[in-house]
Design a protein. Structure first.
Length: 101
């Protein structure tokens, strides 16, 4: 590790592991139930996505609030901006598919 590298937080590893396992389980559920992803209602996909993304953003925000040492620094970090932009982009993509009819 060079002197410019910051240590990576363990939360990132746990998050990636949990999301990876969830994706694998989702594929297994589709296989076991004999369903195709195309059979799932776009309304359900949007609702589930909004819940999942809300939980992710809420946990992210709480972790940032409770672990910060700079209590009077209200700047928004680049990682937080990237997370929010990605979630908004996915949400609008789902909406585009939902209302493509």
């Amino acid at each position: 590790m060079s002197k410019d590298d910051k240590p990576k937080p363990i939360g990132s590893g746990w998050f990636s592991l949990i999301i990876g396992i969830a994706f694998i389980l989702l594929v297994l559920v589709f296989w076991l139930l004999g369903k195709r992803p195309q059979d799932v209602s776009p309304d359900i996909v949007l609702a589930v996505w909004m819940i999942v993304s809300g939980v992710i953003m809420g946990v992210w925000g709480l972790a940032r609030i409770f672990t910060t040492t700079a209590r009077s620094d209200y700047r928004i970090g680049q990682a937080t901006i990237n997370l929010c932009v990605a979630i908004v982009a996915v949400t609008f993509t789902i909406l585009a598919f939902l209302y493509k009819k």
